[in-house]
Design a protein around this ligand. Structure first.
Ligand code: UDP
Length: 476
């Protein structure tokens, strides 16, 4: 077929839904708009595919070949103490032989990796003589931090008093970005600089430098400084925001919450969700429920069963099984909010919800994968930014201070957010002058982004240029 004659791009995605969703959208665009064929490889971390993976995979368009690579053999299992990054890297590393085989068989014109899979794919690209590109699915600010890590590290080492980032009194200043305070850094940077965790993070950051170019899921409209201070290679190309406009793996019309939203007044509903993995503690889940009640706003809440531990703070994990009971919600909550609130157990049709006219605010965790944020801005929906993990504070600060489309929920020193704070942050986004300003800004930003992604827009143009480089490289 014609498809076979087109140069084929091989995309390698580590086991993370927050990467797979934008990767699928990138692949879709390469095929539909840029004359390429695409095979998307997903490195599985578990022998049995997760429910989330199956849901997302079912919604990937047929124009893309999606292949789930086998998980690492049980014999090579990592100890339970291994971090999420280590697990993801392990899954990618064990898939290399298969990736090599496929890359040869398909005569891949280019390899596209995520920030986790770069190191593993480097050898394959070199053997093939194909360009190696990264699709960075987090903000430019994060990429900028990673690219500058060697300098930042050297500065930390030169400081008196141990040189740990967590003890730094001065924020890290990256060109054109909000200052990053010590407590907002990724967990791997808050670990001891001599620890294995930090070493792994440092190595990952360094692997980014070794690629031929970096596509970033952002745009100058959101992050005006994208690419600044990058005179050296690799070149940075803002091609975003690439998000799904159709729900990822759920039937929009089949979902009850869409019918409920149809019955609500325009711009009256708050949507609450913490991404594919973020869960709260029992105590925080109950407090959020009471905060929603206190706000007196209508809401749709894609709730997850809380983390078992009674300690405060967030826990990253996924729930297995449908129809979990809602016994963790405060007594009488469902009855008292009947008609005003709609509680659904995720997986929710998020992009359809954000695109619905009754939705006026999104309470989000500011995921490091930042898809939720991009989906919100693409729909012109203002946010309450509620960072669950330290590094999400960077995104929250950017959204409030720099982009002006969100209000940050204050998280206490014990990482607990009170019901009063939940209600007040929601109120600030929903009513009054500040709300008006934020809504206007969100709506303007949406228009600019829609343009950036249109046929003549800068993001489309940036991707077209790269596609041309790949086509040109092919067969040389
Ligand atoms: N998502 C969804 N339904 C849900 C929860 C999440 O469709 O109930 C989708 C959401 O639209 C987004 C992705 O899952 O595309 C979550 O990615 P994000 O980067 O926001 O957060 P992460 O899950 O990586 O922390």
């Amino acid at each position: 077929s014609l498809q076979d004659l087109k140069p084929r791009v091989l995309l390698l995605c580590s086991p993370c839904m927050g990467h797979l969703i934008p990767f699928a959208e990138l692949a879709r665009r390469l095929v539909s708009d840029h004359g390429l064929a695409a095979t998307l490889l997903f490195a599985s971390a578990t022998p049995k595919p997760s429910e989330q993976y199956l849901a997302v995979a079912a919604a990937v368009p047929d124009t893309i070949d999606l292949v789930a690579l086998p998980a690492p053999p049980a014999a090579a299992a990592l100890p339970p103490s291994a971090s999420a990054l280590e697990r993801a890297e392990h899954a990618v590393a064990s898939s290399v032989p298969r990736v090599r085989e496929l890359a040869r068989a398909l005569q891949a014109a280019a390899l596209v990796v995520d920030m986790v899979s770069a190191a593993a794919a480097r050898g394959v690209a070199a053997e093939l003589g194909a360009p190696l590109y990264m699709f960075f699915t987090s903000p430019w600010m994060t990429l900028s931090l990673l690219l500058r890590l060697p300098e930042i590290d050297a500065a930390a080492a030169a400081r008196s008093g141990g040189g740990e980032y967590r003890d730094a009194t001065e924020p890290i200043r990256l060109p054109g970005c909000v200052p990053i305070h010590a407590h907002e850094l990724p967990a791997s940077m808050l670990a001891d600089r001599r620890s294995d965790t930090y070493a792994g993070f440092f190595a990952m950051a360094r692997s980014i430098k070794g690629v031929d170019g970096i596509l970033v899921n952002t745009s100058g409209e959101i992050e005006p400084a994208v690419g600044d201070g990058m005179e050296e290679l690799p070149q940075v190309h803002p091609v975003g925001p690439l998000v799904w406009t159709r729900p990822a793996g759920v039937d929009r019309d089949g979902h009850e919450c869409m019918r409920w939203l149809d019955q609500q007044p325009p711009r009256s509903v708050v949507y609450v969700s913490f991404g594919s993995g973020g869960t709260l503690t029992w105590q925080q889940t109950a407090e959020l429920a009471l905060g929603l009640e206190l706000s007196q706003c209508r809401f749709v809440w894609a709730v997850k069963r809380p983390h078992q531990s009674s300690t405060t703070g967030a826990f990253f994990g996924t729930e297995k099984g449908e129809n979990i009971s809602l016994d963790f919600l405060p007594e009488g909550f469902i009855e008292r909010t009947r008609g005003v609130g709609f509680v659904t157990q995720s997986w929710a049709p998020q992009t359809a919800i954000l695109g619905h006219l009754s939705v006026a605010c999104f309470v989000t965790h500011c995921g490091c994968g930042w898809n939720s944020i991009l989906e919100s801005v693409m729909n012109g929906v203002p946010m309450v930014a509620w960072p669950l993990y330290a590094e999400q504070n960077m995104n929250a600060a950017m959204l409030e201070v720099q982009v002006g489309v969100a209000v940050r929920a204050k998280v206490g020193v014990d990482r607990f957010t009170s019901r009063e704070e939940v209600a007040s942050a929601i109120q600030r986004v929903m009513v009054g002058e500040e709300a008006e300003r934020i809504r206007k800004r969100a709506s303007e930003l949406k228009d600019k982004l829609v343009h950036a992604l249109s046929k003549d827009g800068c993001s489309t143009h940036a991707l077209a240029q790269i596609a041309n480089v790949w086509k040109h490289a092919h067969g040389k």
